[in-house]
Design a protein around this ligand. Structure first.
Ligand code: GDP
Length: 315
C-alpha cells in the first residue's frame, strides 16, 4: 500500500513549530496542496473552531504536529497547560477528521509516553506497562490519549489514522529559551553565551548521567512522510536513531561544535528526569526507513541556524 500525496490537500497542523516547519520543508516538491492555519485563524483547543476550519478547507491528509511542548522545567511547572491543550488538540482534530472523512491522518506522540523504567531500548508494546516519569506525566497522559484515539477510530470506524513516537528532537526552528527549552537548544545557547563572554565554565543541569537519544528534525519529517505513505496499522511506531549518549557526552559534543574550551559544571539542584530513554526502532527499520543525520553533524547544522537567526531569537 502506498498513499500518493501528489494532488492532495495536505494539512500540517502546527506548521510554525519545530516539527511542523520541518514537515513543510520536506513536503515542498511532493506536488501536494499544503494547508496551514495560524493560531489567529483557528484555535485548535476549541472544537467548534477546529471543525469549522477543517470543514471549510477539507484536508484529505493530516499531520498532527500541533502541541504545547517544552523541556523538563516547562513540563514540571506548567502541567495544566500541557495536559489540557494537548488533550483538546488531539480530540478536536481526530474527531473532526473522522466526521469529515479525512483519508489519512498521522498523530505525533512522544517517547515520554513510555514507563519511566521501561526496558531499553523501548519497544512499542512497553506502552502502559508501568508508571510514567513524574516530570512529564501530564504531557505523556495527553499524548497516550492521542495515540489511543487513533487506535479507537481505526477499530470502530475504520479510519486510516496512525501514530508515530519520536525520540528527543532538535534542529532549526527549535525553542532556545533557557527556561522552556529542551537540552540541546539550551546547551547551544549556553555554550555560545560562554564563548561570547569569555566565561570559564558552563552549568549543565542534573548529574550528566541520564542517557538520551536525539534525532534531527529533518530526519523525523522524512520518517513521518515515509510512514504516511507506507504504514497502515493499529500500533504506534517509534522513530529514532537507535543510539543514545549521556548528557555529559552531549554537553562535550556541543562544546566542541560551539568552540568552548572551558569547564563543565553540573547543577545537582536541577532534575535529571528519566534515567534513560532509547527507542527500539526495529519496526521502523523493517519497514525500510533509517536516519541519516549523525549527532555531531546535526548539532553543527543547528548551531549554524542559531547563528544565522540570532537577531530574531533575541526577539
Ligand atoms: P527530557 O528528555 O524530557 O528529560 O527533557 P530535556 O531535554 O529538557 O532534558 C534532558 C536531560 O538534559 C535532563 O536530564 C536535563 O536535566 C538535562 N539538561 C542538562 N542541562 C540542561 C538544560 O540547560 N536545559 C534542559 N532542558 N535540560 C538540561
Amino acid at each position: 500500500m502506498k498513499i500518493d500525496l501528489a494532488g492532495k490537500r495536505v494539512w500540517v497542523a502546527g506548521h510554525r513549530g519545530l516539527v511542523g516547519s520541518a514537515l513543510l520543508r520536506r513536503l515542498q516538491g511532493e506536488g501536494c496542496a499544503l494547508l496551514t492555519a495560524s493560531h489567529a485563524q483557528v484555535d485548535l483547543t476549541r472544537q467548534d473552531r477546529t471543525e469549522e476550519w477543517m470543514g471549510d478547507t477539507r484536508p484529505q491528509v493530516v499531520f498532527v504536529a500541533a502541541a504545547t511542548v517544552g523541556g523538563i522545567h516547562a513540563n514540571n511547572t506548567r502541567p495544566a497547560e500541557f495536559i489540557h491543550n494537548n488533550l483538546a488538540i488531539a480530540n478536536n482534530i481526530i474527531h473532526a477528521a473522522h466526521r469529515l472523512g479525512v483519508e489519512k491522518l498521522l498523530y505525533m506522540g512522544s517517547s515520554c509516553i513510555y514507563p519511566r523504567l521501561a526496558p531499553q531500548p523501548i519497544p512499542e508494546d512497553a506502552l502502559l506497562t508501568g508508571c510514567l516519569e513524574p516530570t512529564n506525566e501530564f504531557y505523556a497522559v495527553s499524548k497516550i490519549a492521542g495515540i489511543k484515539l487513533c487506535t479507537a477510530y481505526r477499530r470502530q470506524y475504520g479510519c486510516d489514522f496512525i501514530s508515530a513516537q519520536p525520540t528527543n528532537l532538535y534542529g532549526p526552528g527549535d525553542n532556545f529559551d533557557l527556561t522552556q527549552s529542551h537540552v540541546i537548544p539550551a546547551l547551544i545557547a549556553k555554550f555560545h553565551q560562554a564563548v561570547t563572554t569569555g566565561a570559564d565554565h558552563v552549568m549543565v543541569w542534573g548529574s550528566g548521567t541520564p542517557r538520551r537519544e536525539f534525532l534531527h528534525v529533518d530526519d523525523l519529517a522524512d520518517a513521518l512522510v515515509f510512514l504516511m505513505r507506507h504504514y497502515e496499522g493499529d500500533s504506534h511506531i517509534n522513530v529514532g536513531t537507535g543510539t543514545d549518549v549521556t548528557i555529559r557526552e552531549l554537553a562535550e559534543t556541543v562544546g566542541r561544535v560551539v568552540g568552548f574550551q572551558g569547564e563543565l559544571r553540573f547543577d545537582a539542584s536541577k532534575p535529571d528526569g528519566t534515567p534513560r530513554k532509547l527507542l527500539n526502532v526495529d519496526r521502523l527499520n523493517a519497514l525500510g526507513w533509517r536516519y541519516r543525520v549523525g549527532l555531531e553533524e546535526g548539532l553543527r547544522r543547528t548551531y549554524q541556524w542559531f547563528l544565522a537567526n540570532l537577531d530574531s531569537l533575541r526577539g
